[in-house]
Design a binder for this molecule. Structure first.
Ligand code: AMP
Ligand code: ZN
Length: 436
C-alpha cells in the first residue's frame, strides 16, 4: 500500500516535536480562553492567570473540565473570545435536549478546520479525480459544510446533495459518476436496501469509498456496508465542540482513527474518577481544541468512550489512533440492574447474516420489571407460510443476544424496510420507561 499525506511533515512529525508544537498551541488556547469571563474565573480558581502558567503538556491536567452544560450556560455569546465582527460563521450541535451549544469561527478558524478535513479525506486515498457526494445534512450541523469545504480543498468535485431522498441520490450518482460518498452508517445501509428496491445495479455506480460517522457503529456494520456496496468504508469522527468532522479519521490501514494531535489534544479519563486511565485502556475521551481562536474550549468531556492504540500505524503517521467509539457514557441503559450499551446489541445482531439493515431497541416497564425488546429487520425470504424457519431464526438471535448481554430480550422480526428510518442520526433506542 502506498500511503499519501496531505501535510507529510506534520502528519509524520516525530513525537517529541509534535508534543512541543502541542504545548505552543495549548498556551495559545489558554491565552485565548482567558479572554472569556467563563474561563477567566475557572482558570483563576486553579491559579492559571496567564499562558505562562502552562509550562508543559502535563499542566493541561490542572485545567478544569468543560461540559456541554457549561457551554449551554454561556449561550449564546458567552464563549466568544474575539470581536463579533471577526466571526464569519457559526454552527450548533445537534443536541438532543435543551439549549444548543454554539461554536463560532473566524476566517482563520475555517481555514484550519478545512485543512484537517482535507487531510482526513486525503488519508483515505482520495484526490482531485474523485466525485464526492456529501449525503449528510447541511446547515447548523457541521458534517455538511465541514466535509464540503474539505472536499473542495482536496480538489474533488463536490456534490452538495444533502441527506435523504435516495431516488435523487441514485440519479446524481449515475449522472455525475460519484466515486465517494459521506453519510451516517445507517443511511448507507438504507441506501443499499433502496438500491435493491429501486432496481439500481451496482455496475451502474462508480462508488469506491464512503466516509461514515456521526454515530457509533460496529466493525461488523462497517464490513457489512463494505461487502454490500463493494466499497471501502472509513470511520470519521468529530463533534461540533471541536469544529466538527476531521478530529479523528481512519487512514487506509483502517485500524483505528488518527486523532489529529496538532489540532486536538486528547486524554482518556476514567468517567467516574476523572483520572487518566493507563495507556491503551478504555475511558472517556477529553479533548482540548488547539486550532480555533473564536471559541476556545479546554478539556471538553466528550462522553465518548474510546482508548488509544499503543502500537504504531503502518501508514507512518505519528498521531495516535483512537479505537472505534463504541458508545457514550450517557447512552448506557440499565435494564433490571444490568448495564447495557446499544452498541453491544448491534455488534451481536449485525454479525448474524440473516439480519437486515435496520433495528430498534425498545425498553418498557412490565409490572415492576424492565422489558427489553429488540425489533430486527430480516429479508423477506424468511417470511413464508411455513413459520418454522422464522421462529428458529428468532430463537437463535434471542439466544445469541442473551449469551452476550446477559439479559433475556424479546426478539421481533420485521420485514425489510418496515421499521422507521431516520435520515440524520439513527434513533435506535426507544426507552418508554417512566422517568423516576
Ligand atoms: P455533533 O456535535 O452533533 O456532531 O455530535 C457529535 C457526537 O456524535 C460525538 O460526540 C459522538 O458521540 C458522535 N459521533 C460522531 N462521529 C462518530 C463516530 N465515527 N463514531 C461514533 N460516534 C460518533
Ligand atoms: Zn495510519
Amino acid at each position: 500500500m502506498i500511503y499519501q499525506y496531505w501535510n507529510k511533515e506534520m502528519e509524520t512529525l516525530e513525537r517529541s516535536a509534535l508534543e512541543a508544537y502541542q504545548l505552543t498551541q495549548l498556551k495559545a488556547a489558554v491565552a485565548q480562553a482567558l479572554q472569556t469571563p467563563f474561563y477567566r474565573e475557572r482558570l483563576a480558581a486553579v491559579g492559571i492567570r496567564s499562558d505562562a502558567d502552562i509550562k508543559d503538556l502535563e499542566d493541561v491536567r490542572r485545567i478544569p473540565f468543560t461540559t456541554k452544560g457549561d457551554l449551554r450556560t454561556g449561550f449564546p455569546y458567552g464563549f466568544l473570545s474575539i470581536p463579533r465582527e471577526e466571526v464569519v460563521r457559526l454552527h450548533a450541535s445537534s443536541g438532543t435536549t435543551g439549549t444548543p451549544t454554539t461554536i463560532y469561527f473566524s476566517k482563520e478558524d475555517i481555514h484550519r478546520w478545512t485543512a484537517f478535513v482535507a487531510r482526513s479525506i486525503y488519508a483515505t486515498g482520495c484526490n482531485k479525480t474523485d466525485v464526492f457526494q456529501n449525503m449528510i445534512t447541511y446547515g447548523l450541523f457541521t458534517g455538511g459544510l465541514g466535509f464540503h469545504f474539505g472536499g473542495e480543498a482536496v480538489g474533488m468535485l463536490v456534490i452538495p446533495s444533502g441527506s435523504g431522498n435516495t431516488t435523487r441520490q441514485f440519479k446524481l450518482m449515475q449522472d455525475f459518476g460519484t466515486t465517494v460518498v459521506h453519510a451516517t452508517p445507517s443511511f448507507l445501509l438504507h441506501v443499499q436496501a433502496k438500491m435493491q428496491e429501486e432496481g439500481v445495479r451496482r455496475e451502474q455506480l462508480k462508488l469506491t469509498r464512503a466516509f461514515a460517522g456521526a454515530e457509533p457503529y460496529s466493525e461488523d456494520t462497517r464490513r457489512r456496508i463494505e461487502e454490500l456496496l463493494r466499497i471501502d468504508v472509513y470511520n470519521s469522527y468529530g463533534l461540533s465542540e471541536m469544529n466538527g468532522p476531521g478530529v479523528a479519521f481512519e487512514c487506509q490501514a483502517k485500524n483505528g482513527l488518527h486523532l489529529w494531535e496538532d489540532g486536538y489534544l486528547g486524554e482518556i479519563v476514567n468517567p467516574e474518577t476523572l483520572e487518566p486511565v493507563p495507556d491503551g485502556e478504555t475511558g472517556e475521551l477529553v479533548l482540548t481544541c488547539l486550532c480555533r481562536e473564536a471559541t476556545p474550549i479546554l478539556r471538553y468531556r466528550t462522553r465518548d468512550l474510546s482508548g488509544f492504540y499503543t502500537e504504531p500505524c503502518p501508514c507512518g503517521r505519528t498521531h495516535r489512533r483512537l479505537r472505534r467509539i463504541t458508545g457514550r457514557t450517557d447512552d448506557m441503559l440499565i435494564i433490571n440492574g444490568v448495564n447495557l450499551f446499544p452498541g453491544q446489541i448491534e455488534e451481536v445482531i449485525m454479525a448474524i447474516k440473516e439480519v437486515g439493515n435496520n433495528y430498534l431497541i425498545l425498553v418498557e416497564k412490565e409490572g415492576v420489571l424492565d422489558r427489553l425488546t429488540v425489533k430486527i429487520e430480516v429479508g423477506s425470504e424468511v417470511f413464508r407460510d411455513d413459520t418454522r424457519p422464522l421462529n428458529a431464526l428468532k430463537e437463535r438471535i434471542r439466544k445469541t443476544l442473551q449469551a452476550s448481554i446477559t439479559i433475556n430480550p424479546r426478539v421481533e422480526l420485521h420485514q425489510q424496510g418496515s421499521l422507521p428510518v431516520s435520515e440524520g442520526k439513527a434513533r435506535r433506542v426507544l426507552d418508554q420507561r417512566p422517568t423516576v
